[in-house]
Design a protein around this ligand. Structure first.
Ligand code: PBG
Length: 331
């Protein structure tokens, strides 16, 4: 054995602040808190029992009763809110179930507001794709293009139906040009100026939405590339966000989250409204699949995921792990 070489040790040692759990806690720059988490939930018309979504282990399509239980638990855990998605029994070309006051989503809003409306922010997806038989987010022209401006009129009606059901915040997610302005002015003109708008502003045409399409029994054939953004574009995401702020968005969102953390950061630096990020179905499914195989430490990976989205600049995170993360934070 050779004699050890003696070096002059460093004076500045970042490791000093990592020595004990208390030190590490004290200097942590980023915190995940239950109040910043929003749980997306699916409710399917006509279900007597919750129905598992196979591509998203642990996620279900809710019945009316199981939805009440899930949101009660979310409230007890101190989450910031819930985002409701409805799956109707019957779909048609115009997505009329979205506007029907007795449609599955509007009834769910009423149920959830009655149950936990004083404790949680109740949010609803404002988009036609779950309600149309072709699965697109808007109305189609005779040659099958998504018709931006006719879709806007449908979104305005949908916003009014959701506001009448008592929603706190609507989430226009269809990526039609001008959707935030139309929704805002429809709400205001009908006396719903208190209803806020969470704009899905920078929403990408992403493969990471795959499992969601099963969760909502999507009828989509083809893709959404003529309205959702090209994954190659970050500046364009900032442009979309700035337009939505100018149109009256109260919160802007980037979606998906993990493959677009650079966009989350750019957006956080560009605006002075809260920024949300949607930790989408494919991000959930990847981690769950790896954990089910014993390839990753599931709970640690969940918390690291949520921490990274907050660190990138998200104030609010929509995540299927919201309730579980809140439970983990209690420990
Ligand atoms: C559209 C909508 C989608 C998601 C949320 N809202 C799907 C899509 O645009 O195809 C995806 C959410 C997820 O993947 O978790 N209403």
């Amino acid at each position: 054995m050779t004699e050890e070489t003696h070096v002059q040790g460093p004076t500045i040692r970042p490791r000093r602040l990592r020595r004990t759990p208390a030190l590490r806690r004290m200097v942590a720059e980023t915190h995940v808190v239950p109040s910043s988490l929003v749980l997306p939930v699916f409710i399917r018309e006509g279900l007597a029992e919750p129905h598992p979504v196979s591509s998203m282990p642990g996620v279900v399509q809710h019945s009316r009763d199981s939805l009440r239980r899930a949101v009660t638990e979310a409230a007890e855990l101190g989450l910031g809110g819930v985002m409701l998605f409805g799956i109707p029994e019957h779909k048609d070309a115009t997505g009329s179930g979205a506007i029907d006051p007795a449609g599955v989503l509007n009834l769910a809003i009423t149920d959830v507001v009655a149950e936990v409306g004083d404790q949680l922010t109740v949010m609803s997806d404002l988009c036609l794709d779950e309600f149309t038989d072709h699965g697109h987010c808007g109305l189609l022209t005779p040659d099958g293009e998504v018709d931006n401006d006719r879709t806007l009129a449908a979104y305005a009606e949908m916003a009014l139906a959701q506001a009448a059901a008592g929603v706190d915040m609507v989430g226009p997610s269809g990526m039609m040009d001008g959707q935030v302005a139309v929704v805002r002015s429809a709400l205001d003109a009908a006396g719903h100026s208190h209803v806020s708008v969470l704009a899905y502003s920078a929403k990408y045409a992403s493969a990471f939405f795959g499992p969601f399409r099963e969760a909502v029994d999507s009828s989509l054939v083809g893709d959404r590339r003529t309205y959702q953004q090209d994954p190659a574009n970050a500046l364009e995401g900032v442009r979309e966000v700035l337009l939505d702020v100018a149109e009256g968005a109260d919160i802007v969102m980037v979606k998906p989250a993990l493959p677009y953390l650079d966009v989350v950061r750019r957006v956080r630096d560009a605006v002075d409204v809260p920024v949300a990020a949607y930790n989408v179905s494919g991000e959930y499914a990847m981690l769950e699949a790896a954990a089910a195989n014993g390839w990753i430490d599931r709970e640690a990976a969940i918390m690291e995921t949520l921490t990274s989205i907050r660190r990138a600049g998200a104030d609010v995170i929509l995540t299927y792990w919201a309730s579980e993360a809140a439970r983990l934070l209690r420990r």
